[in-house]
Write a protein that binds this ligand. Structure first.
Ligand SMILES: [Zn+2]
Length: 484
């Protein structure tokens, strides 16, 4: 085969690009991932491919089965020692960013975080290796890629008088200033008001002491069948894709990254009467600790006097409903529809800052992002099996906090996964752990939890359940009907 000079030129350009993109990260680290400017959809997807090429053994890229309204992928990168599978006893974590399309800092931070984890793993950074080897980390840089494009395009259309030579320069030097344009999805629906509003069921159940406190699957389906959310807007494809992802994945801890303020926000986001008032969940103490794990490790979030244009938040944290009530938010949906505990982090006043500020935003958030992920390993975890050594999935795990000899029920159970593994985030203290599964005798163990800084393995509490007698099974049948 004879190569023309054009072919040869193409060959050299391609070879150069391949070498530049896939070479050793410490030599070429800035070539393929911009640290001083924003990534549009195409560049974001290319950046994820680039990171995967750098660290193929510890990364895996996948898309949710549904795409955005304008047909863009809802893409996720996993970082873990065995990225393609769920390993029993290894907890799963997620960060979701850019749900509001014009709140873009989280999107850029997650790209940078993926690159950082990849590089530091290769550099044998002990903390990062421990984290990656013992956690399955999912990063979704953009839940609303259509909104991002709308925000960027609007900014470009309205800054003609500033005479930027191109849109990329505009984003680097100026960002986007409109407070709302691009916030919603392409059908103009706010995705963080568009999740099934499970809070209303919880408040009703609490009223009747029903203790139906988690995995509200039937309630979720009932609401989705209604075809409109609590703001009377139709459920959106992005919401449905993410809601099923949450319900079907064994996530333990998560955060939803926003902009517009500087604070770590924790459940609940709604109050019983929809008024602005403190509305703690049964895990309120734990949630405040998780919020502080982010705000204290952040360079500015917990500083006294720190504020955007609203109120000052003590310690850089707030209960959602005490700040302003939101119905149909993703945070409470995680807590009430799955095993996953989610918080919402507001990463700064400026929603779409100039790209040149991204370096200092990374410096502000880097330790927080890592410190928060480490919290996936607080509390307890274990395997639930029968006497034959078979895994028991869907077992209910109830937690009682023990104080002064009294057992106090924490009204929020978790369930075991398909492999029989379970995870329960818990602050330090003494607890009784009760496991229930149909056809088996109830089992209880007593533990004292003492979390260590930077631990990458929660305390192990395994259960072997004994077969129930016929009489006990009949009683369980009666109880099952009663709880229905
Ligand atoms: Zn937001």
């Amino acid at each position: 085969m004879i190569l023309s000079s054009i072919d040869l030129l193409k060959f050299f350009i391609l070879t150069f690009l391949l070498f530049a993109c896939f070479g050793k990260p410490h030599r070429y680290q800035n070539r393929c991932l911009k640290h001083d400017n924003h990534h549009n959809t195409e560049e974001m997807l290319a950046a994820l491919d680039y990171i995967h090429a750098q660290c193929p053994d510890i990364t895996h890229i996948y898309d949710l089965p549904l795409r955005s309204t304008e047909n863009r992928p809802l893409r996720v990168i996993i970082i873990s020692d065995q990225p393609e599978i769920h390993e029993p006893l290894e907890p799963e974590f997620k960060y979701v960013a850019n749900m509001h399309g014009n709140e873009v800092v989280g999107r850029e931070l997650l790209l940078r975080l993926a690159e950082y984890l990849c590089q530091e793993y290769q550099n044998r950074n002990e903390q990062i290796q421990n984290l990656v080897d013992n956690t399955r980390i999912h990063l979704m840089p953009s839940m609303n890629p259509d909104g991002w494009e709308i925000a960027a395009q609007y900014a470009w259309n309205t800054t003609q008088d500033l005479a930027f030579p191109d849109i990329s320069t505009m984003m680097k030097e100026y960002g986007a200033k409109d407070y709302l344009m691009g916030r919603a999805n392409a059908r103009d629906i706010d995705l963080n008001r568009n999740f099934p509003n499970l809070d209303k069921f919880i408040y009703a159940y609490n009223h009747h002491s029903h203790h139906k406190n988690n995995h509200l699957d039937m309630e979720t389906f009932r609401l989705l069948l209604k075809d409109h959310d609590c703001m009377k807007k139709p459920y959106q494809i992005e919401t449905i894709a993410v809601a099923f992802w949450i319900m079907q994945s064994p996530f333990v801890l998560s955060a939803n990254l926003h902009n517009g303020d500087l604070v770590a926000n924790y459940p609940y986001d709604t109050s019983e009467n929809s008024r602005k008032q403190y509305s703690g969940s049964p895990d309120d103490y734990l949630f405040r600790q998780l919020a502080e794990a982010y705000s204290y490790a952040h360079k500015q979030m917990s500083s006294p006097g720190q504020r955007c244009d609203g109120e000052h938040f003590k310690d850089g944290i707030t209960n959602g409903a005490a700040w302003y009530p939101v119905c149909g938010g993703m945070q409470d949906f995680n807590y009430l529809a799955s095993n996953c505990f989610e918080l919402t982090f507001e990463l700064g006043c400026d929603k779409f800052p100039p790209g040149k500020e991204l370096k200092s935003l990374w410096d502000d958030n880097q330790h927080s992002l890592i410190n928060y992920m480490m919290k996936t390993h607080t509390g307890i975890k274990g395997l639930i099996q029968n006497e034959e050594g078979e895994s028991i999935s869907n077992a209910g795990i109830k937690i009682y906090y023990i104080k002064d000899g009294e057992m106090n029920y924490i009204d929020h159970d978790v369930k075991s996964n398909l492999d029989g593994d379970y995870y329960r985030l818990l602050p330090d203290g003494s607890y009784a752990i009760e496991v229930n599964s149909f056809g088996y005798k109830k089992a209880i163990q007593y533990v004292t939890v003492q979390n260590q800084i930077d631990q990458v393995n929660a305390q192990r509490v395994d259960f072997v359940l004994k077969q129930a007698t016929m009489e006990e099974i009949n009683r369980q049948e009666v109880m099952k009907k009663y709880w229905k």
